[in-house]
Design a protein around this ligand. Structure first.
Ligand SMILES: [Zn+2]
Length: 322
């Protein structure tokens, strides 16, 4: 048992993942609690505190051994103040999560956007292997992003830095994004976007084996599109080609600004593995400055759902100079 520990919390719309993490970044214990959305989410800090209290006690770890708590929240977060500007699926609006949490734990608390926190975790203990410059993109229901530049996660002037999902690839065209604009990469490369392209192919009456999946499940998922493509369905192959080309284009343009050593791709869509990674990398190399592409390697994320809590530990370590 190490002398000191970090606490990590990754707050989602349904569950909150919690973990006690040792000084080297190994998880001592992890678990999850339900996200209590009653009372506009105001009771969440206390829920988290009570749950840590029980699990620390069970692990025979006292609060004196805790360096601090690193947290991720869905939505825009102002890092210096720990203010969650808005987390729609929880009910927070201008909620000072850092302050609320510190009133319970009496230890330093740091808050980041959840995708940014995952990028820190992947860089510390996962696919990043501690590079100084990294782009992480999380392809789930939406497209999350985390950018690490010179070892620091980019949050920007008011918390919107690194929001890769809202980079526009089809100006003024395409479905309306969650941000209210059209043409964001999120509307193409997310699980939702890939499924939508599959549905549209069906509605256009195209000949595709996706029709079978649609009949048995009444809906198309991103996974169906990848599976059909693997079995040779040319419509599904075209969809994957379109989506990965757009994502590679976004990453190549980002790379001009950031010159990353690594691009890490995670989230549910990344379960497709090489079937996703290979064409994204090919597209990236097609659009990149040659010298930028030369130094940059592509990896699948390795930590899965643990990336956030491990990133939480790393955030505390980094902020306290440990
Ligand atoms: Zn958007």
């Amino acid at each position: 048992m190490s002398e000191h520990v970090y606490l990590g919390a990754d707050i989602g719309g349904t569950f909150i993942k919690l973990a006690i993490i040792d000084e080297k970044g190994n998880i001592i214990k992890k678990w999850q609690i339900e996200t209590n959305k009653r009372n506009q989410g105001q009771d969440i800090p206390q829920d988290i505190y009570e749950s840590f209290k029980v699990h620390l006690f069970n692990e025979k770890i006292s609060f004196d051994q805790v360096y601090g708590l690193g947290m991720g929240a869905p939505g825009f977060v102002d890092l210096p103040t720990g203010m969650v500007v808005e987390a729609v699926n929880i009910g927070w609006k201008n909620f000072n999560l850092k302050k609320a949490m510190e009133s319970f734990v009496k230890k330093p608390v740091f808050v980041l956007n959840d995708a940014n926190l995952a990028a820190l975790g992947e860089n510390w203990k996962g696919a990043g292997r501690n590079v100084y410059d990294l782009i992480m993109v999380t392809l789930g229901t939406g497209v999350g992003g985390g950018i690490i530049s010179n070892g620091q996660v980019i949050t920007g002037s008011n918390g919107t830095g690194g929001e890769i999902g809202h980079i526009i690839v089809t100006p003024g065209e395409g479905p309306v994004c969650n941000c209210g604009r059209r043409g964001c990469i999120e509307t193409y490369a997310s699980a939702t976007g890939i499924a939508r392209l599959g549905q549209e192919a069906l509605q256009e009456g195209k000949s595709t084996s996706l029709r079978k999946a649609a009949h048995s499940q009444h809906t198309i998922t991103a996974k169906d599109v990848f599976e059909a493509a693997k079995k040779g369905d040319s419509i599904s192959q075209d969809i994957i080609q379109e989506v990965t080309d757009k994502l590679g284009f976004v990453l190549a343009n980002l790379a001009v600004a950031l010159n990353p050593k690594k691009v890490v791709i995670g989230g549910g869509v990344a379960n497709a593995g090489e079937q996703l990674l290979e064409p994204v990398e090919t597209s990236f190399r097609k659009y990149s400055l040659p010298r930028t592409a030369e130094i940059c390697s592509f990896e699948l994320a390795e930590l899965g759902n643990d990336a956030g809590v491990i990133g939480g530990a790393y955030l505390v370590k980094q902020k306290l100079n440990l």
